[in-house]
Design a protein around this ligand. Structure first.
Ligand code: CAA
Length: 258
């Protein structure tokens, strides 16, 4: 990707893993309108860039992943513009969730409000030992507006999600792990994310992409149908032929993404 951004930095390694860094450390990487617009542009490009196989999202600095939507901007919103701002954030985070390449949030420090919601829109989450998660919006007289009321119950169950949303309490990495909000706690979440992605990227690329598609569709009633349709489609690909042949021939598969 050749574009440059003012609040986001991008780096792609030799395995096609792109690290997306939200870069407003003086404001603890809070999501103002500019960050949101740039995130949307970045993820639209990522969807179509064939050189990118997987994505890590992180915040600049050690103190915060993202400390939420920009409260200064929130303060200016009225009923109509508030609804539009919420819809805008939801759509951008949906775009991230809809990415058919694995997306991992590597969370150092605070992931609060819109920051926790951004992490939850990623497919997987690895927390640093200093990570802190919370949806403190009720403490601002608001509710989570970027999908948190929908995604948190799906990840940790309604009762625990409601407790977090209604109290606005903050939880540390270990508790987030016990609740199932994060996959792993690591002293180096970016390194751990890369290791996990290396394991994922060894597999058939079409299978990985379609597994993500099926898992997210299974949130809806049509999930089983999608799973069966995709399974059928994959059965006809060169990759599934290669994967099954390699197993039977006791060798490593060489996938081509076809
Ligand atoms: N929006 C705008 N600015 C923010 C911010 C945010 N969400 N979080 C931190 N900042 C700014 C602070 O105002 C401060 O700026 P100045 O230096 O110019 O004063 C700077 O970042 C550093 O922050 P603190 O001085 O507050 O740092 P701290 O170590 O004392 O506290 C913190 C850290 C506990 C994370 C605290 O900053 C905090 O509580 N932040 C807000 C967390 C929050 O409520 N997030 C939810 C936002 S609402 C939302 O996200 C709605 C939604 O769902 C769409």
């Amino acid at each position: 990707m050749s574009k440059s951004f003012s609040t986001i930095t991008l780096e792609t390694d030799d395995k096609g893993i792109t690290t997306v860094t939200i870069n407003r450390p003086k404001k603890l990487n809070a999501l103002n309108d500019e960050v949101l617009n740039e995130l949307a542009d970045v993820f639209k490009d990522i969807q179509i860039d064939e050189a990118i196989n997987a994505i890590i999202v992180k915040g600049a600095g050690d103190k915060a992943f993202v400390a939420g939507a920009d409260i200064k901007e929130l303060r200016e919103l009225d009923n109509r513009s508030g609804r539009m701002a919420s819809q805008k954030g939801q759509q951008i985070f949906q775009l991230i969730e809809d990415t058919r390449k694995p997306v991992i949030a590597a969370v150092n420090g605070y992931a609060l409000g819109g920051g926790a919601e951004l992490a939850m829109a990623c497919h997987l989450r690895i927390a640093g030992e200093n990570a802190v998660f919370g949806l403190p919006e009720v403490g601002l007289g608001l509710i989570p507006g970027y999908g948190g009321t929908q995604r948190l119950p799906g990840l940790i169950g309604k009762a625990r999600a409601l407790e977090m949303i209604l109290t606005g309490k903050q939880i540390k990495a270990e508790e987030a792990h016990q609740l199932g909000l994060v996959n792993e706690v690591s002293s180096d979440p970016v390194k751990a994310s890369k290791e996990l992605l290396h394991n994922i990227l060894k597999n058939g690329p079409l299978a990985v992409r379609n597994a993500i598609k099926a898992v997210y569709h299974s949130d809806h009633r049509s999930g089983y149908q999608v799973e069966a349709d995709v399974f059928g489609e994959l059965c006809e690909t060169e990759d599934s032929m290669e994967g099954t042949s390699a197993f039977l021939e006791k060798r490593k598969p060489e996938f081509k993404g076809k």
